[in-house]
Design a protein around this ligand. Structure first.
Ligand code: ADP
Ligand code: ZN
Ligand code: ZN
Length: 732
């Protein structure tokens, strides 16, 4: 009997590949899920063994032998392997890329699955005796010794790097003097709770009891719908504590910018287990180690962003998705999965509970709850003594504005600042001015590669395209007519920061956006300056809107909320409401009462009304009804076929062919397009799309199962870059 390895190989081809197993090779001992090195064309690639089979369609002369099996134990266990195969079918993405995506980079490259020791530094008994007075001139040595004195269980390299710049040579000197020693451990440090739980309120207690009491009943999806500051995190913490006590693992997914040092500290200070963290800030080795600990079961809690949904779990106990409505759970390129949706699927497969937490759940989740698939647990009030902030609209129509700030807002800011409170302003646009225009001839600074304006960044006198990253010098005169009368139009965070510094010279302004936090560790530094009161006025984008706890902020101003009201994206109003309540959630989180002011040109728009009353359910209900009437998600299901090419016609030509193929599959779906994308040209490529709408996921599924290979093999497909997006969140 012949034996072949069926392997998932990281290529854009939607299929698996069969290989010969060398003679004398114990094929039986190779389990599905191990990594295998194979020849592929002229390259050597690393794939994942899917199955050992005894028949193949590949002609004998084309079959090649594998090169090497890299693992004794599979890197993906059965459950993960099955999940990933399901993903490939559901998202119609090549199986090899799906598998690759779920592996830490180092394992993709062939690294060994070896857990490394973690080094810690401690004072020796001699070191403990050292009188730092005698070291007057060695400030760095003193600082290290003092810090080590505070940490009898030792400090990790990573902790030292955070606190002491250039600590390594200093430590070496201390080691030479015999004052410090290092040792390595193979285990993650066990967190010991250092702060205690607050007394729970009745709603929190009910939510926790309810979840814990049903632990043994297997899969159960809870929507923890709690207004901002209602203590959802507290509920997670206590539920996780019980999961750890049962000897199981908790997987916690948080949005990309939600994984703040503040949140981490809270978990570290309160939980009594071993915590692994997975996010984009880690280097490849750190990521690999966190992954290995998770797989080995030597991590009790795994906290991570989107891709952590693929964490290997040895003793799965619960999955928690915090801020489940957040867009960052959707991968927006390559393998476009929704980590939130997959988390629910995974919990079901694993037969464990899942909590979807949010102050502003997505309409998808709300519909699932109202149809009885998920169970809702409400936290309707803020925890402790904090009260919800009053939200008011500032009708700025025909008002005099100073740098985008209305007189009323400036007046209120003054009031709050004089009471020694902090003020937070929110504007979802970074840079100085979004448009640079010539007053003489009307020239606009446009990106040479995109259908978009260049944003003026004053800090380094540049024009930058926020879509493709193209950067140019800021022109002094109009490139067209040489006039020097160039208008800087509109406002970005950088410009507001300048204006505030002039308007409020006696206060310190701080700006938080992608530009000001680019350097590693800078976000932490800025947050520290906010929380120790050094800065009184905060201006920022999305990054400042979510998850943070600023106890002294009592006034929040939204400089422009109107974008969501009249966008061509049908989800824009849902997002606007979520954003307003999230931003509002930053105000008055402790005893001091908070206030939120929203500048708008559409103060009488009906969608604002429920938001002003913190009535997210009412707001969502209106949107859900509208979606039902207009037959949009979550009542129907979408897929988007995207294509792009340097030649303008190619994407449309390809999508027209794709449309014909899809039509011939004769499924009951609606096809719309192809249309050019709203921003047709981006990064030098023309883009177009074809939208497919169906009444059920099944219909979409069978449509593409019937046609994807034909689309992939069509000759026009070779002239474009194309992709398929199932359940797209971004239609533009
Ligand atoms: P959410 O995650 O819903 O925004 P958090 O869990 O961050 O809310 O809680 C908001 C604040 O209230 C935090 O400072 C938290 O420590 C505090 N808190 C939570 N529960 C209680 C409680 N029962 N009593 C007092 N304070 C609480
Ligand atoms: Zn000009
Ligand atoms: Zn561009």
């Amino acid at each position: 009997m012949n034996t072949y390895f069926r392997i998932a190989i990281p290529t854009p081809l939607r299929r698996h590949f069969d290989y010969l197993v060398p003679i004398n090779f114990h094929a039986k001992s190779s389990l599905p899920g191990v990594r295998i090195k194979v020849p592929f064309g002229r390259q050597t690639l690393i794939g994942i063994l899917l199955e050992v089979v005894h028949e193949t369609d590949v002609p004998a002369q084309k079959l090649k032998p594998i090169i090497e099996v890299l693992d004794e134990q599979p890197v993906f266990d059965r459950e993960l392997l099955q999940l990933l195969r399901w993903c490939s079918l559901y998202y119609h993405h090549p199986i090899g890329e799906v598998m690759q995506n779920a592996l830490p980079v180092k394992l993709r490259q062939g690294a060994a699955t070896h857990i490394k020791g973690i080094r810690r530094w401690q004072l020796t008994s001699e070191g403990k005796q050292v009188d730092t007075q005698d070291l007057k001139r060695a400030a760095k040595q003193i600082a290290l010794i003092n810090d080590l004195k505070q940490s009898p269980s030792g400090l990790l390299d990573s902790q030292l790097t955070e606190q002491h710049i250039g600590w390594r040579p200093v430590m070496k000197r201390l080691q030479e003097k015999g004052w410090v020693k290092s040792f390595e451990e193979n285990a993650l440090p066990v967190a010991k709770p250092i702060s205690s739980a607050p007394t729970l309120n009745a709603d929190q207690q009910h939510a926790i009891d309810h979840i814990v009491n049903q632990f043994d009943t297997g899969f159960h999806a809870y929507v923890l719908e709690g207004v901002t500051g209602s203590g959802k995190t507290e509920v997670y913490l206590q539920v996780i504590e019980r999961v750890i006590q049962q000897g199981k693992q908790a997987l916690v997914l948080v949005p990309e910018i939600g994984l703040t040092p503040q949140l981490l500290d809270r978990f570290l200070q309160r939980l009594s287990g071993r915590i692994a963290i997975m996010h984009s800030g880690l280097n490849d080795e750190e990521r690999l180690q966190a992954w290995l600990h998770t797989k080995a079961g030597s991590a009790d809690v795994i906290i991570g962003t989107r891709s952590a949904v693929f964490s290997p779990l040895l003793r799965p106990g619960i999955i928690i998705v915090d801020e489940e409505h957040d867009l960052s759970f959707k991968q927006q390129d390559g393998f476009r999965y929704s980590a939130r949706d997959l988390a629910v699927k995974r919990a079901r497969d694993l037969n464990i509970p899942i909590i979807l937490g949010s102050a502003t759940p997505s309409l998808e989740t709300l519909l699932n709850a109202s149809q009885g698939r998920y169970e809702t647990l409400l936290l309707p009030e803020r925890a402790g003594n904090a009260k919800p902030p009053a939200i008011h609209l500032l009708d700025v129509r025909s008002q005099k504005m100073e740098h985008g700030l209305s007189a009323q807002l400036l007046h209120k800011m003054k009031e709050h600042l004089e009471r020694d409170a902090q003020v937070l302003l929110f504007l979802n646009r970074r840079g100085f001015a979004p448009v640079l225009m010539c007053h003489e001839c009307g020239w606009h600074a446009l990106c040479p590669r995109c259908d978009a304006h260049m944003t003026l960044h004053q800090s380094n006198s540049s024009l930058r395209c926020h879509h493709c990253g193209t950067e140019q010098y800021q022109p002094k005169t109009c490139p067209k007519c040489k006039s020097d009368d160039l208008l800087q139009m509109g406002f970005g965070t950088e410009r507001i920061e300048h204006a505030l510094t002039e308007l409020f010279p006696q206060y310190q302004v701080i700006r938080i956006d992608r530009d000001s936090t680019r350097r590693k560790g800078s976000m932490e530094k800025l947050l520290k300056e906010i929380n120790n009161g050094k800065r009184q006025i905060l201006i920022g984008t999305q990054m400042l809107a979510k998850g943070h706890h600023f106890p002294n902020v009592t006034l929040v101003g939204m400089l422009n909320a109107d974008h969501g009201l009249y966008s061509s994206d049908f989800r824009a109003s849902e997002r606007m409401g979520q954003l307003i309540l999230q931003v509002a959630g930053r105000a008055g989180r402790e005893e001091k009462e908070g206030e939120v002011l929203i500048q708008t040109h559409h103060a009488d728009h009906p969608l604002f009304k429920p938001l002003l009353e913190h009535d997210y359910p009412g707001f969502a209900k209106a949107l859900i009804e509208e979606r039902q009437q207009t037959e949009l998600p979550p009542f129907t299901h979408l897929a988007l076929l995207r294509a792009e090419a340097v030649e303008q016609q190619q994407p449309i030509i390809f999508l027209e062919q794709a449309r014909l193929i899809l039509e011939s599959a004769k499924q009951d779906v609606m096809l719309m397009g192809p249309f050019p994308a709203l921003m047709e040209r981006r990064a030098g490529r023309y883009r177009a799309q074809l939208l497919i709408q169906a009444n059920s996921r099944k219909q979409l599924q069978s449509l593409f199962s019937l046609s994807i290979t034909q689309i992939e093999n069509h000759k026009t497909a070779k002239k474009v870059r194309w992709s398929i997006d199932i359940d797209p969140l971004d239609l533009l």
